[in-house]
Write a protein that binds this ligand. Structure first.
Ligand code: FAD
Ligand code: NAP
Length: 312
């Protein structure tokens, strides 16, 4: 019987593992289907994590010491995909790929979320080299330079507002002439002089060379092409929250979720199901940053320790 099962080995899961083991729990296993580290390992650099300011280090380098630190304090790692989490009676049953089952007193779910891709030519090729899904992470690299934003939802328009305070011009490309975003957000966008709306248009191609993105070609409904050179491209066309482990055999969630599939937690990262915690990008109102995911993981682990003490 595990004291705690941690599902997902990104910044939230690793930090939960560090705090749980250093806090005295003997039997903590993190189930991570790939190498530990999470989404940030795809990034070529990170410069907004306090205390880490080395420009020649990638996201992979950055996360390397996290796992070493956790394993040093006794966290165990199983490189296995979790299929589902269920609570029957007092304990949790974690079902792994292949059918193996593991029992745990508590569970912290940290499976993250994945920004959707729009599917235009060059998107994958230049992802992380000029094409980004995170304005907070990469906006500063375009200080006083023009950027293009794709999408017409709340995320796209809110991130366009954020970028408009850093960048010289923000070109928002949206495939329709009506926006899905809340009307007050659109009003704020329309008042910003350096935000330019390009509607009824899509990104036809992002192009560049070995150094990265150089520009984008935008196509309108009539097929006319406009070229924006020397721009960063931010894609905000929705997120897929990785919440499938929390679904039972009938497709019902085992804890309360919001309309967008994010786990509802309180400030202690407690879900609506006793003993189940959620941390990082998959929870409601997540800032989707390494520092906040790590903070969530620490909070959840401290709560797990208290919970186990109360149950004993
Ligand atoms: P994740 O990092 O998504 O980790 C979740 C982990 O769970 C993954 O490793 C996944 O393999 C695992 N998992 C999922 N499902 C299962 C399952 N069923 N079984 C087992 N394992 C599973 N943030 C910043 O603060 N600064 C930046 O500069 C920055 N740059 C970024 C650049 C890129 C290219 C990307 C993609 C993101 C960037 N971010 C940045 C965001 C940051 O990476 C995330 O906010 C953070 O990683 C979220 O951590 P997490 O632990 O919640 O989830
Ligand atoms: P979203 O609402 O699904 O919007 C995605 C946007 O991307 C839409 O405008 C969509 O166009 C466009 N799009 C989708 N696929 C595309 C493609 N392949 N090519 C080009 N454009 C594409 O996603 P979101 O903005 O991330 O928001 C997700 C949820 O979170 C929403 O319910 C939103 O209200 C909520 N949210 C709320 C707040 C807030 O309340 N402050 C902030 C952020 C997000 P169409 O409009 O034509 O479909």
């Amino acid at each position: 019987m595990l004291d705690c099962a941690i599902i997902g080995g990104g910044p939230a899961g690793l930090t939960a593992g560090l705090y749980a083991t250093r806090g005295g729990l003997q039997n903590v296993t993190m189930f991570e289907m790939g190498l530990p580290g999470g989404q940030i390992t795809q990034s070529s650099e990170i410069e907004n994590y306090p205390g880490f300011f080395e420009h020649d280090k990638t996201g992979m380098d950055f996360m390397d010491t996290w796992q070493k630190q956790c394993f040093h304090f006794g966290l165990k790692h199983e490189m296995k995909k979790v299929e589902s989490v269920a609570k029957t009676g007092e304990y949790f049953t974690i079902t792994l790929e292949g059918g193996e089952k593991v029992e745990a007193k508590t569970t912290i779910v940290c499976t993250g979320s994945v920004p959707k891709r729009a599917g235009f030519k060059g998107e994958d090729e230049f992802f992380g080299k000029g094409v980004s899904t995170c304005a907070t992470c990469d906006g500063f690299f375009y200080k006083d330079k023009p950027v293009t934003v794709l999408g017409g939802g709340d995320t796209a328009l809110e991130e366009a507002l954020y970028l408009s305070n850093i960048c010289s011009d923000v070109y928002v490309v949206h495939r329709r002439d009506e926006f899905r975003a809340a009307p007050p957000t659109l009003e704020r966008i329309e008042k910003k002089e350096n935000i330019h709306l390009i509607t009824n248009s899509v990104i036809d191609e992002a192009y560049g060379d070995a150094m990265g993105l150089q520009g984008v070609r935008i196509k309108d409904k009539e097929g006319n092409i406009t070229e924006l050179k020397n721009t960063g491209l931010f894609v905000f066309v929705g997120h897929d929250v990785r919440n499938d482990v929390l679904q039972d055999e009938n497709g019902e969630f085992i804890c309360k979720m919001n309309d967008w599939g994010q786990v509802i937690v309180d400030l202690s990262m407690k879900t609506s199901l006793e003993g189940l915690f959620a941390a990082g990008d998959m929870r409601i109102e997540a800032p989707k940053q390494v520092v906040s995911a790590a903070g969530d993981g620490a909070v959840a682990a401290l709560q797990v320790i208290s919970y186990i003490q109360e149950q004993a």
